[in-house]
Design a protein around this ligand. Structure first.
Ligand SMILES: Cc1cc2nc3c(=O)[nH]c(=O)nc-3n(C[C@H](O)[C@H](O)[C@H](O)COP(=O)(O)OP(=O)(O)OC[C@H]3O[C@@H](n4cnc5c(N)ncnc54)[C@H](O)[C@@H]3O)c2cc1C
Ligand code: FES
Length: 339
């Protein structure tokens, strides 16, 4: 396994090694505690929820930039979710989930005490972070949560940290209470101008660069169109940028090829080589095409799940929404994603 230089430690997918078990024992965790379970739930907006999950094994090994893969039921899909916070002493992992389809809606519907069937991680490479300079972190949507652990770690190292958080409108701005205290400078942008800067995060980024902010590196997490715009803006100003890409993922271990991206002409797998990549070399045309490959299936699965939940349709002969999707297109096992 490669060493993640920035953090001086190896990325470790949870395995019950002697070292891990010694640490686990010192936390007085019993085997029952190892089941991932919701311990706190906070609704952030109509479509976004923060979940604190008891997952001691994952929390012991987590580092900034990593993610988990979650599955809610046997017939369910595996979905990657960034780690917004980790606390090894408490044995918890914090996730911020935005409802976009069947599984993310199911995750947001979990209540305190609910168990999560599969909670695999930490996955991906910890992102390499600087020890000095002025870093600007850009978060859009769920990405506003995902940049928090980077801010916390860089502040600890003495880096000057700025954050730019974007949302469509003021009601969708999330986690200011978490992010603002973790940064030296905090900027909010809304597309409709209802809070903070009126416009996209990239507009504010360029304004701040031109105003002499003196950024030495940029890290961004958000939807693919935002990543592309950040890459273009950073290039225009000669600012090095590391972007977290969110291609379709299935296994999260480099086996299925689903998350293939091309960077500087080389094939990479975002789940094991990323999710952060140097903005300069990313082939965004290919990444955007691949991301849309299953949009028809995804819409159908969400419609079936919603219909099952409201009782307006019975696609699986009265079975639960999960079972309905399992007989159709949405389960990871039936929807084949190839490289
Ligand atoms: C490394 C990484 C980190 C992520 N972090 C977060 C996060 O912190 N919070 C959050 O809310 N979302 C995050 N996502 C996106 C999240 O995985 C998708 O929103 C989720 O998989 C959607 O599943 P669904 O069944 O709800 O929706 P679907 O209806 O299945 O899909 C809706 C859209 O989500 C995307 N998507 C669907 N399946 C996957 C998949 N297996 N892998 C990746 N994208 C998919 C597609 O763009 C799709 O059009 C992350 C994705 C990646 C790759
Ligand atoms: S999700 Fe990356 S190779 Fe399968």
């Amino acid at each position: 396994m490669e060493t993640a230089e920035g953090n001086g430690r190896e990325p470790t997918l949870v395995t019950e090694t002697t070292e891990t078990m010694t640490a686990i024992n010192s936390l007085h965790i019993t085997s029952l505690d190892v089941t991932a379970r919701v311990v706190t739930k906070r609704r952030l907006t109509d479509v976004t929820t923060m979940l604190v999950i008891s997952a001691p094994l994952v929390s012991l090994n987590a580092a900034p930039g990593q993610f988990v893969i979650v599955r809610l039921s046997e017939a369910g899909e595996r979905v990657p979710i960034s780690i917004t916070d980790f606390d090894a002493a408490a044995g918890t992992i914090t996730l911020v989930v935005q409802e976009v389809g069947k599984t993310s809606t199911g995750l947001c519907a979990l209540e305190v005490g609910d168990e999560i069937l599969d909670f695999a991680g930490p996955l991906g490479h910890p992102v390499e972070l600087p020890d000095s300079g002025h870093a600007v972190l850009i978060g859009g949507g769920f990405g506003t949560g995902a940049i928090y652990p980077l801010a916390r770690e860089m502040k600890k190292r003495g880096v000057t940290v700025s954050a730019i958080a974007g949302a469509r409108t003021r009601d969708l701005v999330i986690l200011s209470d978490l992010l603002e205290p973790a940064c030296d400078h905090y900027h909010v942008c809304t597309d409709d101008g209802s809070l903070g800067y009126h416009g996209f995060v990239t507009g504010r980024l360029e304004e701040l660069i031109v105003g002499g902010a003196g950024y030495t590196i940029c890290f961004a997490v958000g939807p693919m169109p935002m990543m592309r715009a950040v890459a273009d803006a950073a290039k225009r100003h000669g600012l090095p940028a590391m972007l977290s890409l969110d291609p379709l993922m299935v296994d999260g271990t480099g086996m299925c090829g689903g998350c293939r991206v091309t960077c500087n002409g080389s094939v990479k797998f975002a789940c094991v080589d990323g999710p952060f990549f140097d903005a300069e070399g990313v082939d965004f045309d290919e990444a955007v095409d691949r991301k849309g490959m299953y949009s028809v299936d995804e819409r159908l699965a969400a419609d079936l799940a919603a219909a099952g939940a409201t009782g307006t349709a019975d696609p699986a002969g009265g079975a639960s929404p999960d079972a309905a999707a399992g007989t159709d297109l949405s389960a990871a096992g039936t929807r084949t994603r190839t490289a």
